[in-house]
Design a protein around this ligand. Structure first.
Ligand code: GLV
Ligand code: GLV
Length: 316
């Protein structure tokens, strides 16, 4: 039996690889690291289907060299790495991996909220560096998370999962977005300005689009309380990183927890020098279970399209 030609841009967890090897013929050997542009083009040339990740830019020039391609399954919920208009114009179906990573990403968002407020990473550095001289009443005092106000910008699936967890911390939840959502009646739908001025922890869960690029910059930081923390597990360019460094340096914000950056894997040099910032390497969906589920969803979407069925997670 002739197996369909699949381009897989990166190595996925083993259980997903096993299924892929059984059902497809790979056009290139996937690696842990991102492919070069040339390797991407070579891999796509003969491919009928592709599974790509957020580090691969798929623009019209790339698609123009992939004449057999019917489906591009993005191994992510966000798909700002793909030119959707170009894909649509060329008849390539694009799919993503929603839902399976919602709770996992919400968990990591909370890891950042707690780590920034309670100085978890700083404390670890102190102990590891053999600088700890013992308990002291005034040592490394952080701020309470419980009972504070959580501001959620973008109340999609992930924003709501983050907000649900706030109930356990007895927090008030304010949110902004395109429209009010069903959910906990205690959550308050408010203009972005109010969310910024009134919240103690502000967490961003919008997709990256031209409208959300630098949504949080100098103006937003000026609105925020100087005691407030900014958390970003969405996409780096939603935050103006240079403006964030400025605001943190000037003490206009209390701290930040970041999982994503404007030019990954580059980090603004100013961020690394700030003690009140926790920096993670884009780990939002990074649990084994979730990364396996994301892979299985990509495989399902690819198979559906190749067999002439509707793709369950079609975005265009
Ligand atoms: C990861 O960042 C994703 O969009 O799934
Ligand atoms: C992602 O699934 C979102 O809607 O936030």
């Amino acid at each position: 039996m002739r197996l369909p030609a699949l381009y897989l841009s990166r190595l996925l967890p083993e259980p997903v690889m096993a299924v892929i090897h059984e059902r497809f013929r790979l056009t290139a050997v996937p690696a842990v690291d991102p492919p070069s542009r040339q390797a991407l083009l070579d891999g796509l040339r003969e491919a009928e289907a592709a599974i790509c990740t957020l580090t691969e830019t798929i623009d019209d020039a790339v698609l123009s060299l992939a004449p057999q391609l019917k489906i591009l399954a993005n191994y992510a919920v966000g798909y700002n790495n793909i030119d959707l208009n170009a894909a649509h114009a060329r008849g390539v179906i694009v799919t993503n991996t929603p839902e399976v990573l919602t709770e996992t990403t919400a968990d990591l968002t909370w890891a950042l909220i707690l780590a920034t407020a309670r100085r978890v990473v700083e404390g670890d550095r102190l102990v590891r560096g053999l600088q700890w001289t013992g308990w002291a009443p005034t040592q490394m005092l952080g701020v309470d998370v419980w009972g504070k106000t959580l501001g959620v910008i973008g109340m999609g699936r992930i924003g709501q999962a983050v907000a649900r967890r706030a109930a356990g911390f007895r927090m008030q939840v304010l949110y902004s977005g395109r429209h009010p959502v069903e959910g906990d009646p205690q959550w308050e739908f408010r203009p972005l300005h109010d969310v910024l001025t009134e919240s103690d922890f502000i967490t961003v869960h919008v997709p990256l689009t031209p409208d959300t690029h630098h949504l949080l910059g100098q103006q937003a930081f000026a609105y925020m309380k100087p005691t407030a923390f900014l958390i970003n597990t969405s996409r780096g360019p939603v935050v103006d990183e240079a403006a964030l460094v400025e605001a943190l340096r000037a003490g206009r914000l209390a701290g930040a927890g970041l999982d994503v950056y404007e030019r990954e894997p580059e980090i603004h040099p100013g961020l690394r020098k700030l003690p009140n910032v926790v920096l993670l390497p884009h780990l939002g969906s990074a649990t084994l279970d979730t990364r396996i589920r994301m892979g299985m969803i990509c495989v399902e979407n690819v198979q559906a399209v190749l067999e002439g069925r509707p793709a369950p997670n079609r975005v265009v």
